[in-house]
Design a protein around this ligand. Structure first.
Ligand SMILES: Nc1nc2c(ncn2[C@@H]2O[C@H](COP(=O)(O)OP(=O)(O)OP(=O)(O)O)[C@@H](O)[C@H]2O)c(=O)[nH]1
Length: 296
């Protein structure tokens, strides 16, 4: 049986999230260190094993202390919370729970949607008595969570944490092509960015009916040339995607190009094509393979 799921990492700045990520992900995988932000999450790394796939991502901004958790942010934060399989709430022995009261409340509200692991980092800085006190207090604040104390820099308790994450992952086939992603993560991000722009620019039916495939990704010294195909299911959708005098598609292309340029820190020449592939949904596997095909 294969396991796969989304592990969403939240926590205040400076508690050691990056250090923990490196320790968890280490050399086990193709780490994706890019700063690009996709629709809801920033994917930080994907760990592939023979029978599992862990997709780590974080929710930027959720816990920044200078961001008073305002009403307007709530929707975003909640959606980030609801689609995690496992929530990795990272804190450290210095962090105080008071300033996160609002966020903790939200975590609790969604406790039925995911498993929560509360990671107390930097335990190398305190003695045992203090640590027990801290762990106990978190048990009280968030009884829904399993508390795992670690030291990311000392690599203490990292393996048991990883083991627990694997145990808690739901049974599922992988979400991302395991091999293709390992050596070509950039295609995945291009696809994600284009998909995001489609989501933002068209009504619901369209985003769910299209598949984006990067057919060419050619990196030159000063420029990246990308050809991507948006597959629609019907001719009518093709028309909507293109829009009046090509206006809609141009807008998607322009917005996507800007983000892709920011992502790679390089000028990008992006060409978008639309093709109709009737009933592509029933041929998903074929399409997925095709999507990672390198044409140059
Ligand atoms: N003593 C100790 N320091 C640690 C440990 N883990 C991380 N640190 C230190 O804590 C600081 C912050 O670590 P980061 O991994 O950058 O923290 P972060 O949560 O990713 O920070 P942001 O990127 O600001 O959100 C660094 O100086 C780390 O070396 C630990 O286990 N013990």
């Amino acid at each position: 049986m294969h396991k796969a799921g989304f592990v969403n990492i939240v926590g205040n700045p400076n508690v050691g999230k990056s250090t923990l990520m490196n320790a968890l992900v280490g050399e086990r995988i193709s780490i994706i260190t890019s700063k690009a932000q996709t629709t809801r999450h920033r994917i930080m790394g994907i760990v592939n094993g023979e029978d599992f796939q862990i997709v780590y991502s974080d929710t930027p901004g959720v816990l920044k202390p200078h961001y008073k958790l305002q009403k307007s942010m709530l929707g975003f934060s909640q959606s980030a919370l609801t689609d995690a399989d496992i929530l990795l709430y990272v804190t450290d022995v210095i962090d105080s729970s008071d300033k996160n009261a609002d966020f903790i409340e939200m975590v609790k509200q969604h406790a039925g949607d995911y498993k929560i692991i509360l990671v107390v980092n930097k335990i190398d800085l305190v003695d045992e008595t203090k640590l027990i006190e801290i762990v106990d207090s978190w048990h009280t604040i968030l009884p829904e969570a399993e508390v795992i104390p670690i030291s990311a820099t000392q690599k203490f308790n990292i393996d048991p944490l990883l083991k627990r994450i694997k145990e808690l992952l739901p049974d599922s086939p992988p979400f991302f092509d395991k091999d293709a992603l390992t050596d070509k993560p950039e295609r995945f991000f291009v696809t994600e960015i284009i998909r995001e722009k489609i989501l933002l620019n068209y009504d619901k039916e369209i985003p769910y009916s299209v598949e984006v495939v990067v057919e060419q990704f050619k990196e030159e010294t000063k420029l990246i040339r990308i050809n991507a195909v948006i597959y629609a299911e019907r001719d009518s959708q093709k028309g909507i995607l293109i829009g009046h005098q090509g206006k809609s598609l141009r807008k998607v292309g322009m917005e996507a190009r800007k983000d892709i340029e920011a992502f790679f820190g390089k000028q990008v020449y992006l060409e978008l094509f639309i093709k109709v592939e009737k009933d592509w949904r029933n041929r998903e596997t074929k399409l997925r393979n095709f999507g990672y095909h390198i044409s140059d």
